[in-house]
Ligand binder design. Structure first.
Ligand code: COA
Ligand code: MG
Length: 292
């Protein structure tokens, strides 16, 4: 079954107070950061804090992820070596622009799984796409490795990379936002949407989350505890949407038996694409624990 990845909450890995707080929030994913949320002179502290905290802290049902520094930064091997013995559930690789970067991390995970006798392939990978090259190479990245489960869209870094000015409507990054969710779908991956940076504007967060969900994103990156609940709500289908999806699926099954592919329900045409969309709603409801 699809793992629910609605809110992916970043926590600076060197901040023990925030890490402890994040573990208790019930976010679908908690991402302990060693990359851009951590100052250069604190990378070693972040590695040590994460390695120390993972084995002792109860994260409930949250997926325990670690964001390492980019492959090619010179920091990535030390990040992995420090954190791997504590066995996180997966790694987020930032600034991915080639398949080789994902495959390099995957090979290190394979070695660790062998060394520690863990089931092979159990540590998962998530790739952040946040550069022009990353967007242009989406096809090879999305198909790079069986551990890869999701693509994440980094809008702020992308804007910085190409020299775009970030605006609220976001047309300057809209091609990338659409491309990422489309390539993810083509390769059976989940897609996790951009960060809403305005900590105090929860209505703006809700609107952008809803837009991401409508685009078929499975979730959104978040940076503050207050953002978790609105994002969880936006990326789980509403009770009404679930009820309507059930009606569509049930009616379609009956009509198929009667030999009809297309039919009318409440004055609107229903055919295969509509049924598929309804099945997606039910799959997301199951992943979010709203449906058996
Ligand atoms: N995870 C866990 N706890 C967090 C948190 C996070 N991402 N962000 C804030 N908190 C905690 C604070 O420690 C504080 O706890 P306390 O009341 O027990 O002291 C509480 O939530 C309220 O925080 P608040 O005062 O509103 O925010 P702040 O000024 O302390 O922090 C940021 C604001 C932006 C610095 C902080 O939210 C943050 O570091 N977010 C993550 C940034 C990041 O990782 N960026 C890189 C990825 S894009
Ligand atoms: Mg980034």
């Amino acid at each position: 079954m699809l793992r629910s990845r609605r809110a992916l909450l970043y926590v600076p890995g060197d901040n023990l107070h925030m890490v402890e707080k994040a573990a208790a929030l019930g976010a679908d994913c908690v991402c302990l950061d060693i990359e851009d949320g951590v100052a250069f002179n604190r990378k070693a502290d972040a590695r040590a804090t994460i390695a120390g905290v993972l084995p002792r802290l109860n994260f409930g049902r949250s997926e325990r992820l670690v964001r390492i520094n980019p492959v090619g930064s010179g920091l990535e091997l030390e990040d992995l070596n420090a954190v791997l013995p504590a066995h996180p559930d997966g790694f987020v690789i930032p600034k991915v622009h080639s398949a080789e970067q994902v495959q390099w991390v995957s090979a290190r995970l394979a070695e660790a799984e062998k060394t520690y006798g863990w089931p092979s392939g159990e540590i998962i990978l998530i790739a952040l796409i946040e550069s022009a090259r990353g967007v242009v190479n989406l096809k090879e990245i999305a198909g790079s490795d069986p551990r890869l489960q999701a693509l994440v869209f980094g809008a702020e870094d992308l804007a910085g990379d190409i020299g775009a000015v970030r605006t609220r409507p976001g047309w300057e990054i809209f091609y990338a936002r659409s491309a990422i969710v489309t390539y993810a779908a083509a390769f059976g991956l989940q897609a996790i949407d951009m960060v809403w940076m305005d900590l105090h504007d929860l209505d703006g967060l809700r609107a952008e989350s809803q837009q991401g969900a409508q685009m078929a994103y499975s979730g959104k990156q978040v940076i503050h505890p207050n953002q978790v609940e609105p994002v969880h709500a936006a990326f789980a289908p509403s009770d009404e949407a679930i009820a309507q999806a059930k009606r569509v699926v049930d009616a379609a099954a009956q009509q198929q038996e009667a030999g009809k592919g297309a039919f009318a329900l409440d004055g609107k045409m229903v055919d295969m694409p509509v049924v598929k969309a309804a099945e997606w709603v039910l799959a997301r409801a199951r992943a979010a624990g709203k449906l058996e």
